[in-house]
Design a protein around this ligand. Structure first.
Ligand SMILES: Cc1cc2nc3c(=O)[nH]c(=O)nc-3n(C[C@H](O)[C@H](O)[C@H](O)COP(=O)(O)OP(=O)(O)OC[C@H]3O[C@@H](n4cnc5c(N)ncnc54)[C@H](O)[C@@H]3O)c2cc1C
Length: 542
């Protein structure tokens, strides 16, 4: 085995804590680390703060979380000062919000922008992490916090000729900073996940023609977005404690919570009325606020899928197109549910064409467009809405070496194994925010908890003059058992998606694995709180 040993073994670390990533996770961690009186720097690939909302500037990008349930909850003053303009804010507003947070807490002075971390190597004698950046710089810290995002590494499809296209080609997550106009253009969108759906419904408004290349249709449901009125604004601000309490108590951090009834125990009329109501309401209620067994009971799920299929048939005029848009290989909600605004109606427009890649697969991208087995299409622009190397992608991109030079990537072969998504055995002083197998859901609610847990641990180490922390393998094993049990019986386990670790565009990600913690937020927090309350017995502290 190669040992990666930095040359300056006894050099003190440059700072106490290095944080990678200036999205919500990294910024909040910076705020908390500063409060501990520790020195810190954030390293960020982008040229400003924002993470997801810095990179994903594609047309139509916006929240599926209610805006007021997404923002940070830790500062009353911040909650008072910031007004969300829509129930589901668009990306430019969210990016402004994160910039506002950075200004308010004077965060940018500690962020090193335009730098990509390439390697992170544990220096055992020095008890520090040594990082090398794409700029050639080297930095070191006692503790390394990775806040690098679960959806931050875009992936492109493996299509022959992808580099030969002479028109404009953009991945949605690497969208240009200047406005892109579609008037008069023949545009192709590849991909119909949550991002594709948002992009398609926006581009269809102005493009001369829009051709959608669909491999797997997804079940979608209406977002029902609208502006927040001044009166609602006042009510919302007064209700923040209640909103965040609801998020804390709910299964997945949203304001929605499952109905305790089974879909099968109510009468067909009652069931139908309940689903009509959910379909007419804003947000993820139809997904995470459905009958308790819609995502686990095959019969309940089939009934729900049938309900949404009927909606699609009602909304899409051409029956053949409607059938193509109805998923046949997975049930409702077993993949990430895209929320939409007149998405299905787009296919009634004369300028929009749907190409079903199961009927006519793409053969190649050519200098002028896309060739399927059916025909050659000419385009001015191709938009890749082909998603991310989710959950572990950002980790795989950094050569992370722990004790004895072992690679994190090797340890995670066949699926990441972590302690609460925060620590890994063999990787001392590496603390993850939103790492694999942590709680997901309404992400900022998980971020705040995750950061506070990490901060609590750092405080404990500081107060006890400890400089090394490493989870024992048994701790990881125990958490993975919890994750395994939590996922038992979920229909989503039977479906290929990033939630089961599958992305056919990424090498080594073609098999389903246990890829995430799918238990509840309250359970996650209770168990993690117990670790802290018990004095971190699962961790070796020195
Ligand atoms: C289009 C889209 C819509 C979404 N909508 C919602 C929603 O409605 N509700 C919700 O809860 N969640 C949503 N999410 C999830 C979203 O990612 C989280 O809500 C949140 O923004 C994650 O913050 P983060 O700081 O953990 O990660 P990110 O925001 O991804 O930030 C990670 C940062 O790390 C940087 N980075 C990564 N690797 C390196 C490296 N090696 N060197 C230097 N820098 C690096 C990246 O450049 C990035 O800026 C959405 C995600 C996407 C992509």
């Amino acid at each position: 085995m190669t040992t990666h040993r930095p040359s300056t073994e006894t050099a003190p670390p440059d700072v106490d804590v290095l944080i990678i990533g200036a999205g919500l996770s990294g910024l909040y961690q910076l705020i908390r680390v500063r409060e501990l009186g520790l020195s810190a720097r954030v390293i960020e690939r982008g040229s400003d703060v924002g993470g997801t909302w810095y990179w994903n500037r594609y047309p139509g990008a916006r929240f599926d979380s209610e805006s007021y349930s997404y923002g940070f909850s830790f500062s009353k003053e911040l909650l008072e000062e910031w007004d969300w303009s829509e129930h589901f804010a668009p990306q430019p507003e969210t990016l402004r919000y994160i910039g506002f947070v950075a200004d308010k807490f004077d965060l940018r002075r500690d962020v090193l922008f335009n730098r990509l971390v390439r390697t992170a190597v544990w220096d055992e004698p020095g008890r520090r992490w040594v990082l090398t950046l794409d700029t050639g710089e080297t930095m070191s810290a006692r503790f390394l916090v990775t806040a690098i995002g679960a959806l931050s590494v875009p992936t492109l499809p493996k299509i022959p000729g992808i580099g030969t296209f002479q028109g404009r080609a953009c991945h949605t997550a690497e969208w240009p900073h200047e406005p892109v106009r579609f008037e008069g253009l023949r545009v192709a969108v590849i991909g119909t996940g949550a991002t594709g759906v948002q992009t398609i419904q926006e581009v269809a408004k102005t493009a001369a023609s829009l051709t959608v290349f669909q491999r797997t249709p997804n079940w979608c449901a209406p977002l029902h977005n609208r502006p927040i009125t001044p009166e609602e604004q006042r009510t919302l601000k007064a209700s923040y404690p209640d909103i965040f309490r609801r998020c804390r108590e709910s299964v997945s951090g949203f304001i929605h919570n499952p109905d305790p009834r089974s879909a099968l125990e109510v009468s067909p009329e009652e069931r139908e009325a309940f689903w009509e109501q959910r379909y007419a309401e804003p947000g993820f209620g139809i997904w995470v606020g459905n009958f308790r067994d819609v995502l686990s009971n095959r019969e309940a799920n089939a009934l729900m899928s049938d309900f949404v299929a009927r909606k699609i048939r009602q909304r899409v005029k051409d029956p053949a197109t409607a059938e193509k848009l109805i998923p046949k290989n997975h049930g409702f909600g077993t993949r990430r549910l895209p929320l939409e605004t007149r998405y299905y109606e787009v296919y009634n427009q004369p300028n929009v064409t749907l190409v079903d890649l199961h009927e006519t697969p793409i053969e190649a991208i050519t200098p002028t467009g896309i060739r399927t087995t059916g025909r050659q299409f000419a385009f001015d622009m191709i938009i890749f809405a082909t998603g991310f190397d989710a959950l572990t992608g950002a980790y795989d991109q950094i050569d992370i070496r722990g004790t004895g030079g072992q690679r994190l990537k090797d340890q995670w072969k066949g699926g990441a194994k972590t302690f609460f998504g925060i620590q890994n055995a063999g990787f001392p002083n590496l603390l993850m925010v939103m790492g694999p197998m942590g709680a997901l859901g309404n992400i900022p609610r998980s971020i705040e908890y995750n950061v506070e847990w990490v901060t609590g641990l750092l405080r404990h180490l500081r107060d006890h003059r400890l400089t090394r922390v490493e989870v024992r393998p048994e701790g990881v094993q125990a958490w993975m058992d919890v994750c395994r049990k939590a996922s038992a019986g979920l229909l989503s386990n039977e479906v290929n998606s990033w939630m089961t670790g599958v992305n056919f565009n990424v090498e080594g990600k073609t098999e389903r694995v246990l890829a995430r913690y799918s238990g509840t937020g309250p359970d996650y927090r209770a168990k993690a709180d117990a670790v802290a309350a018990g004095g971190y017995r699962e961790l070796d502290l020195a």
